[in-house]
Design a binder for this molecule. Structure first.
Ligand SMILES: CC(=O)N[C@H]1[C@@H](OP(=O)(O)OP(=O)(O)OC[C@H]2O[C@@H](n3ccc(=O)[nH]c3=O)[C@H](O)[C@@H]2O)O[C@H](CO)[C@@H](O)[C@@H]1O
Ligand SMILES: C=C(OP(=O)(O)O)C(=O)O
Length: 421
C-alpha cells in the first residue's frame, strides 16, 4: 500500500520540472508495436506506474523493451511479437492497454483483450473503438470479460465518432495506418496528445492529414518503422503545479518545452493567479486571495475533465461560490465527499457541483478514488492545517512521476510511504 502524507502550510517556491505526458506516451508505446522494423526510442518518458504497466504489457506480447529510468528513455524493439493476448492481470490495471489492440491486429491478425482498466469515472465505453474496427473489416467478438478482435487485412472506410473520444481517435488512426486504402475519421479528438501521436506515426511512415481539424484522413501504408520521438510535456502535471502555487500563495517557474496550459491558465487568471511567459519558462505566482470560478468541462480546447478535480480543491479555497459542470464523465465527483471530510462545503447534484468557499481545510485520512481525485487531495493537504494522509497513493503514481520528491524540492512537507507486502 502506498500512501502520501502531507503537512500543509508551506508556500511552494522554485522551479518545477514538468514530466512528459502520460496520455501521449501510452499511445506511443502502442504505436511503437506497429513497427515491424527498427527500434523505437521515446524520450521525456514520465516514470509513472502506467508506463511501467505498459512496458510489462508490451513485454508480455513479445516486444523487447528497456525502460532507462534515469534517462527517462524507452527503447522498444517490436520486430518479433509472439502473443496476441493482453493478459488481465496487467491490462486491467490501466486504460492505456486498449491502445495495444491495433498493433496486435496488424502484426498477429488478432487481439485478445482480457480487460481494460483505468480510472473509475462512471461509464467508460469502448464501442467507438470496436465499431470502428468492424467498419475497417475486423470481426469483434465481445464476450463477458474477454474481447476477441480478428483482423486479417483491414480496409479503409469512413468512420464517425459520436463524441471525439481521445483513445478512440488514436486507436482508429493506428488501425487505419496499416489498412488498405483511405480512412476518414469524422469528429476526431483535437487533444494535443493526439497530435503528438500523429507526429510520431508520421515519422514512422504513416500518411495522416487533418490532425487538429476534427476530420482526419489516413492513407494506409504497407509498413511502419521505428523512430525516435520526444514525448510532449504533460499539461495535467503542469496544471497541478500551477494550482499548487496558487493555493499555497507561492511562486513557481514551470519548466517543460512548449508548455501550453490553455483554458486552465485563463481560469486560474480569473481567480487571481498571475502567469508570465519568460521564454521557455512559465512563471506562476499568487499573492492575493483567490476569487471563485465557473467551470464546464469539455473536450479540447475546453476545460480538461482531468483537471476538474484539482480545480475543485482550488475552488474550495476561493472566497465565494464556484460552480462546476462535469460533461465528460458521469462519475467524477467522488472527490467532493473527501474534501468535505476536510472541511470543504461542496454540494453535488448529478453532473453539477456547487463549491462554497472559502472554508479552512483540516488534515485527516482521505481516500483517492482515482488518479485526479488523489492529486486533488494532495493539493488540499498542501493548504490544510495539520496532516492529510491519502490512500491509495498507487492511483497518484499512475500519473505523476516522483511527486513527493518534486514537491519537497519546492518546499512542501510531503512524504510517500509504502507499507505491507
Ligand atoms: C489514456 C488516456 O488518454 N486517457 C484519457 C482519455 O480517456 P478515454 O480515451 O478513455 O476517454 P474518451 O475521450 O474516450 O471518453 C470520453 C467520453 O466518451 C465516452 N465514450 C468513449 C469511447 C467510446 O467508445 N464510447 C463512449 O461513449 C466515454 O464514456 C466518456 O464519457 O480521455 C479522457 C477525456 O479527456 C481523459 O480523462 C483520460 O485521461
Ligand atoms: C482518466 C484518466 O486516466 P485513464 O484514462 O488512464 O484512466 C486520467 O488521467 O485522469
Amino acid at each position: 500500500m502506498v500512501r502520501y502524507r502531507v503537512r500543509g502550510g508551506n508556500a511552494l517556491r522554485g522551479t518545477a520540472f514538468i514530466q512528459g505526458a502520460k496520455n501521449a506516451v501510452l499511445p506511443m508505446i502502442g504505436a511503437a508495436l506497429l513497427a515491424a522494423k527498427g527500434r523505437t526510442v521515446l524520450r521525456n518518458v514520465p516514470i509513472i506506474e502506467d508506463v511501467r504497466r505498459a512496458v510489462e504489457l508490451a513485454q508480455s506480447v513479445g516486444a523487447h523493451v528497456e525502460l532507462h529510468e534515469a534517462e527517462r528513455t524507452l527503447v522498444i524493439d517490436a520486430s518479433r511479437l509472439t502473443s496476441a493476448v493482453l493478459p488481465a492481470e496487467i491490462a486491467r490495471r490501466f486504460r492505456g492497454s486498449v491502445l495495444f489492440t491495433p498493433a496486435l491486429m496488424h502484426r498477429l491478425g488478432e487481439a485478445i483483450v482480457e480487460g481494460v482498466g483505468g480510472c473509475n469515472l462512471g461509464s467508460r465505453n469502448l464501442d467507438f473503438h470496436y465499431l470502428g474496427y468492424k467498419r475497417l473489416g475486423a470481426i469483434v467478438d465481445e464476450g463477458e470479460t474477454v474481447i476477441h478482435v480478428k483482423a486479417s487485412g483491414l480496409t479503409g472506410a469512413t468512420l464517425y465518432l459520436d463524441t471525439p473520444s481521445h483513445t478512440g481517435t488514436e486507436n482508429l488512426i493506428m488501425a487505419a495506418s496499416l489498412a488498405n486504402g483511405v480512412t476518414v475519421i469524422e469528429n476526431a479528438a483535437l487533444e494535443p496528445e493526439v497530435l503528438d501521436v500523429i507526429e510520431m506515426l508520421t515519422k514512422m511512415g504513416a500518411r495522416i492529414t487533418g490532425g487538429g481539424t476534427g476530420f482526419i484522413t489516413v492513407e494506409g501504408v504497407d509498413e511502419l518503422h521505428g523512430v525516435e520521438h520526444t514525448v510532449m510535456p504533460d499539461r495535467l502535471d503542469a496544471g497541478v503545479f500551477a494550482m499548487a502555487a496558487a493555493l499555497t500563495g507561492g511562486e513557481l517557474s514551470l519548466v517543460g518545452t512548449g508548455l501550453d496550459l490553455g483554458v486552465v491558465r485563463y481560469k486560474l487568471e480569473q481567480m487571481g493567479v498571475d502567469f508570465a511567459r519568460q521564454g521557455a519558462v512559465l512563471h506562476v505566482k499568487c499573492d492575493r486571495p483567490l476569487r471563485p470560478i465557473n467551470i464546464i468541462t469539455d473536450t479540447y480546447p475546453g476545460f480538461a475533465t482531468d483537471l476538474q478535480s484539482p480545480m475543485m480543491t482550488v475552488a474550495a479555497l476561493a472566497d465565494g461560490v464556484s460552480y462546476i459542470h462535469e460533461r465528460i464523465f458521469d462519475g467524477r465527483f467522488a472527490l467532493a465527499g473527501e474534501l468535505n471530510k476536510m472541511g470543504a462545503r461542496i454540494e453535488v447534484d448529478g453532473s453539477r457541483a456547487v463549491v462554497r468557499g472559502r472554508t479552512p481545510l483540516t488534515g485527516t485520512m482521505v481516500t483517492a478514488h482515482d488518479l485526479r481525485s488523489g492529486i486533488a487531495l494532495v493539493l488540499a493537504g498542501l493548504a490544510a492545517t495539520g496532516e492529510t494522509v491519502i490512500e491509495s497513493g498507487y492511483l497518484i503514481d499512475r500519473g505523476h512521476a516522483y511527486l513527493a520528491d518534486r514537491m519537497r524540492a519546492l518546499g512542501a512537507d510531503i512524504t510517500r510511504e509504502i507499507s505491507g507486502p
